[in-house]
Design a binder for this molecule. Structure first.
Ligand SMILES: Cc1ncc(COP(=O)(O)O)c(C=O)c1O
Length: 375
């Protein structure tokens, strides 16, 4: 069995002899408690999709769907916990792959319907969302302007390289708020009689989240075909669109397990509030009325380490182990951290051996080379 104990000691909470917040919390939280969220709702009867009637907006075809579900037998054996599976949204295509391909099918369709000629969005320098937005713009014959946080790096690597190959124009925000820079770029374009379409961080609005309602429908069809019962879905959560869609989809299509987001950047409370609000807004947008799924929103933020995009021993181990045992590449910022968190939860006995856990791979591997010296 893999000993993940060093991970706990190495996540970078200061002095080597200090007790990390993770370890301190562990001392008082029973191992079967995955989050500090509300009580479990496993097994609670839920309305089925056929009883609800979501009215889906138009989309264009950008992603290769359905993405496969694969077993992870060697990782399962190595970790000695629940049976592990993986949903390969890293294979969606659209300039490699990732969760934004699904979201952009709806966002790009909306931009086209509104007669927009330029997609503008924002993110971190190694943003996967920005790279896939650049690809979606190219596919839709639109211009793309990316407002990236901070200053231009010395070397053009990973997603930044792909952004430029995909024809996107990059504006570096420096110390400025990216929302201000986006608004400025939009005003500049309007002044040139162009029609900008602004996509929020991570594509996380009702249209982006809608794509993951449908991803849950896709998953439910696959589970039924394979006669597979899942106890948990675990994945990386950040701007919340993926999780909002998955929890709403779980409600609409009757998924009986738990949907657990591992936060990569924000405290659990903040992510839960954001996800619940977006899921509710998405339900309204799909004509489902005032459906609340707040009790389904579960977030664990025990694995923030030294902060967003700071690769530590936990991510490194998770990436190396998953690659070496299963031939599956994870990314340094999102899926590496989420898989590291899942491995740690397994180590602490959060799941029983008979349970089935699906790791939803959300992509990001295009960033790997940019983190070469950390991996
Ligand atoms: C690879 C990857 N995984 C997960 C996420 C998080 O998805 P969301 O922003 O919908 O929470 C992102 C967001 O950028 C991502 O790039």
């Amino acid at each position: 069995m893999l000993d993940v104990r060093p991970i706990i000691a190495d996540v970078g909470y200061g002095r080597a002899d200090a007790i990390s917040p993770i370890a301190r919390r562990r001392a008082i939280i029973p191992p079967d408690k995955l989050t500090d969220a509300r009580p479990t709702n496993v097994g609670r009867p839920r309305a089925k999709g056929k009883l609800m009637n979501p009215k889906y907006p138009n989309r264009i075809h950008l992603a290769h769907l359905p993405t496969p579900i694969e077993p992870l037998p060697r990782l399962t054996q190595e970790l000695g916990g629940p049976e592990l599976f993986i949903k390969r949204d890293d294979l969606t295509g659209l300039a490699t792959g990732g969760n934004k391909a699904r979201k952009l099918e709806f966002l790009a369709a909306d931009a086209i319907a509104q007669g927009c000629d330029t997609l503008i969005t924002t993110g971190a320098p190694q943003s996967n969302h920005c790279r896939q937005t650049a690809a979606a713009a190219a596919r839709a014959g639109r211009r793309c302007i990316l407002v990236l946080r901070g200053e231009a790096p010395v070397q053009t690597t990973g997603n930044i390289l792909l952004d430029t190959l995909l024809g996107a124009e990059i504006r570096w925000a420096g110390a400025r708020d990216t929302a201000d820079v986006m608004a400025e770029v939009a005003a500049e374009l309007k002044g040139q009689s162009r029609q900008p379409y602004l996509i929020p961080l991570g594509g996380s609005n009702v249209l982006g989240a809608t794509s993951y309602v449908l991803a849950m429908q896709e998953l439910m069809g696959q589970l039924e075909a394979e006669q597979l019962h899942l106890d948990f879905i675990v994945f990386a959560t950040s701007s919340g669109g993926t999780q909002a869609g998955l929890v709403l989809g779980a409600e609409v299509y009757g998924f009986q397990g738990q949907v657990l987001g591992i936060s990569v950047d924000h405290p659990a409370d903040a992510v839960q509030t954001q996800v619940a609000a977006l899921a509710t807004a998405t339900a309204t947008h799909l004509g489902l009325g005032t459906l609340s799924v707040a009790d389904r929103v579960k977030v664990n933020s025990d694995y923030l380490g030294e902060g967003y995009a700071m690769v530590g021993e936990m991510e490194r181990k998770a990436i190396r182990l998953t690659a070496a045992l299963e031939g599956v590449l994870l990314d340094p910022v999102y899926t590496g951290r989420a898989m590291g968190g899942l491995m740690d939860l397994i180590h602490w006995g959060a799941f029983t051996a008979g349970q089935k856990v699906l790791f939803w791979h959300t992509g990001g591997t295009a960033a790997l080379s940019a983190f070469a010296d950390k991996l």
